[in-house]
Write a protein that binds this ligand. Structure first.
Ligand code: ADP
Ligand code: MG
Length: 237
C-alpha cells in the first residue's frame, strides 16, 4: 500500500537547513497497524505528513497505492489525500466555529458528496462513536475525549484506506486515551491500515509493529507481544 525508498526531507529557510528525514525505507501493507516512536524532533510528524501528502519529499521515492507521488500534480495529490487518507492530530484540529455535525460533515463536502448522503453518513458515524447527542454542540462545549472522538469521526467519514494519527492520545487523560486506543484497535480489526505516532509504550503495544526513529533515521523495528499472543492463540484454536 505504501512503499518508501531512500526518502530524505530537508527543510530549508534562509538561514538554516534541517535534515528532518535521512534515507528512510519503509513498507506498509494493507491492514497493518504501525506505531512510530522516538524523541521530539526526530522526524515522526514529518514522515506522517509526507505519507499523508501534506508535505513533499526532497529526494527518494514514495509510492502510495502503486503511484509514485513525485510524478503527481498538486490537484492529483489533493484528490488522493481527500479520498484515501484520514488524519487524527494531537490537538484535535476541529474548527471551533462549526458544530460537531458540520465538523464531521466537512470532508464529505470537499469530496462533493450529495446532502442526503452526507446526512446519512454523519448520523451513522456519530452513532458509532457515541456522538449522536452532541451533534449540535460546538467543540469548546465538549470534553477532550469527546473532541478527539469528533476528530476520529471526521477522519473516518470518507472511509479512507489509511488512517494517520499523530500522538492521538497526547492531550487526553488515560481514560479518554484508552477510549481512543480502543477505537483505533476496533478500526484496525475492521480492516483499516493505521500509522500512529506515540510517546506511550502502552499505546504502541496495541499496534502490530513499532518503528523507533532517531535523528531522521529508522533505528529499529519490532513486532509487538500483544499481537504475537494473538497469532499464537489463533494457531492453538
Ligand atoms: P517530531 O514529530 O519527531 O517531533 P518533526 O517531524 O516535527 O519531529 O521535526 C523534525 C525536524 O524537522 C525538527 O528538527 C524540526 O524542527 C524540523 N521541522 C519540522 N517541520 C519544519 C518546517 N516546516 N520548517 C523547518 N523545519 C521543520
Ligand atoms: Mg511531532
Amino acid at each position: 500500500m505504501i512503499s518508501i525508498q531512500n526518502l530524505s526531507k530537508v527543510f530549508r529557510t534562509e538561514e538554516v537547513e534541517t535534515a528532518a528525514l535521512n534515507q528512510i525505507a519503509l513498507q506498509i501493507n494493507e491492514g497493518d497497524f504501525i506505531s512510530v516512536m522516538g524523541p521530539s524532533g526526530c522526524g515522526k510528524s514529518t514522515l506522517l505528513n509526507i505519507i499523508g501528502l501534506l508535505d513533499g519529499i526532497t529526494s527518494g521515492s514514495y509510492k502510495l497505492l502503486g503511484q509514485e507521488i513525485n510524478g503527481l500534480k498538486e490537484n492529483e495529490k489533493a484528490k488522493l489525500r481527500k479520498q484515501q487518507i484520514g488524519f487524527i492530530f494531537q490537538n484535535f484540529n476541529l474548527i471551533d466555529e462549526l458544530s460537531v455535525y458540520d465538523n464531521i460533515e466537512l470532508p464529505l463536502i470537499y469530496n462533493n458528496v450529495g446532502s442526503a448522503e452526507r446526512k446519512k453518513r454523519v448520523e451513522a458515524i456519530a452513532e458509532r462513536l457515541s456522538l449522536s447527542h452532541r451533534l449540535k454542540h460546538y467543540p469548546q462545549q465538549l470534553s477532550g475525549g469527546q473532541q478527539q472522538r469528533v476528530a476520529v469521526a471526521r477522519a473516518l467519514i470518507t472511509n479512507p484506506k489509511i488512517i494517520l494519527a499523530d500522538e492521538p492520545t497526547g492531550n487526553l487523560d488515560s481514560r479518554n486515551g484508552n477510549e481512543v486506543m480502543e477505537l483505533l484497535t476496533d478500526l484496525h480489526a475492521n480492516g483499516a491500515t493505521i500509522m500512529m505516532v506515540t510517546h506511550s509504550d502502552y499505546d504502541a503495544s496495541f499496534s502490530q509493529r513499532t518503528i523507533h526513529m532517531k535523528d531522521g533515521v529508522i533505528l529499529s523495528e519490532k513486532q509487538n507481544a500483544r499481537n504475537v499472543d494473538v497469532l499464537v492463540d489463533a494457531k492453538e484454536n
